[in-house]
Design a binder for this molecule. Structure first.
Ligand code: COA
Length: 322
């Protein structure tokens, strides 16, 4: 028994902030940001919330998978930027969708979040506990961004991506995942509730803080390792993989991973140019785009790989079926 993705959906706020707008807030330039990160624009919430984006992405995924909300047994939302602490985002999504039979919870695993939500759902489905799962990554990172810190504010964006998964007879590919809490200081944020507009929480520690170079080095070392590990674990050759779908943090990281794996960069799709780093939403948004534009096709083997705060990293092999 295994679990397959049978529907995808995504949502990005309509407001687009380009690099020139960022250059009005901090000392930087479009050229610098593009060269060091690959990012040109990012979508930023104007009225949307983590919940509203998650709901929209989820509705689109259900429609795409032709799954009714009442059929969903479990909703897992990965987020580090929920609107409120209680109730959790997944329960808010349940309410909006009318997914009355679902068990709902959030998970916090930052940029590895979509991979870990996928793995969690996969083990429920393959173990027989549930038949239908809805996994969502939704992030309003603009609420956690220090817009005075040019080392971080250039990187992030807002958005949501979702996937519906069904239990199905077939081979289950084992994931590979790791964490290293000792290195957690490389990427921190002391509060999920920075009232940016209220202006009374100005301590930089309450926003995302990052040792950019440490995170960069961690990613380019650990991601190729975990990709090789997941291939080996499942006895899959890297040539069999049609797409390597990485967390969309930085084009230089993706390029370095491709180089270390000795896999052509053309197998590493990217949309970070448009979205920036949307943390747990990034892989799901990219999957949805690739499904809609026909790049993802039935029978293809793909790898998804996430990495980020914690530190955490992981990869999974999927056989695309819908
Ligand atoms: N615009 C212009 N100059 C900038 C800048 C910006 N937005 N941000 C930093 N700089 C400056 C620094 O102040 C420094 O100047 P100095 O040499 O005068 O001190 C110089 O550029 C180099 O800084 P450095 O931090 O070494 O740059 P970098 O090449 O490492 O690039 C990042 C910075 C953040 C783009 C890069 O480290 C990175 O992408 N790291 C990974 C981040 C990531 O993806 N995190 C999320 C993972 S889930």
């Amino acid at each position: 028994m295994t679990g397959i993705i049978c529907g995808t959906g995504s949502y990005a706020p309509s407001y687009i902030m380009d690099n020139n707008e960022i250059a009005t807030m901090v000392e930087t330039s479009d050229e610098w940001i593009r060269e060091r990160t690959g990012v040109a624009t990012r979508h930023i919430i104007k009225g949307e919330t983590t919940v509203s984006m998650a709901c929209e992405a989820a509705k689109r995924a259900l429609a795409d998978g032709k799954v009714r909300a009442e059929e969903v047994d479990v909703i897992i939302v990965s987020t580090i930027s929920s609107n409120v602490i209680l109730p959790c985002t997944a329960c808010e999504v349940q309410k909006e969708l009318g997914a009355v039979n679902a068990t709902c919870f959030d998970m916090s695993a930052a940029c590895s979040g979509f991979v870990l939500a996928y793995n969690t759902a996969l083990s429920y489905l393959s173990g027989g506990m549930y038949k239908t799962a809805l996994i969502i990554g939704s992030e309003s990172l603009s609420n956690l961004t220090n817009w005075k810190d040019r080392g971080t504010c250039i990187l992030f964006g807002d958005g949501a991506g979702a996937a519906v998964m069904r239990a199905k007879e077939g081979r289950m590919y084992l994931p590979a995942t790791h964490s290293d809490g000792i290195k957690g200081n490389a990427l921190t944020c002391l509060s999920r509730h920075t009232p940016v507009d209220a202006g009374h929480m100005t301590d930089p520690e309450y926003y995302m803080q990052m040792d950019g170079q440490a995170v960069f080095k961690f990613a380019v070392k650990r991601v190729p390792e975990v990709v090789n590990e997941v291939l080996e674990k499942n006895q899959v050759d890297k040539e069999e993989i049609v797409w390597y779908i990485m967390h969309q943090a930085n084009s230089r990281i993706v390029e370095a991973v491709a180089k270390r794996l000795e896999v052509p960069i053309g197998k590493f799709p990217m949309n970070l140019q448009e979205y920036g780093n949307t943390s747990s939403a990034s892989i799901a948004i990219l999957l949805d785009e690739m499904k809609r534009d026909g790049r993802l096709m039935s029978g293809q083997k793909i790898i998804i790989a996430g990495f980020g705060a914690g530190l955490t990293w992981g990869a999974a092999v999927l056989e695309w079926e819908p």
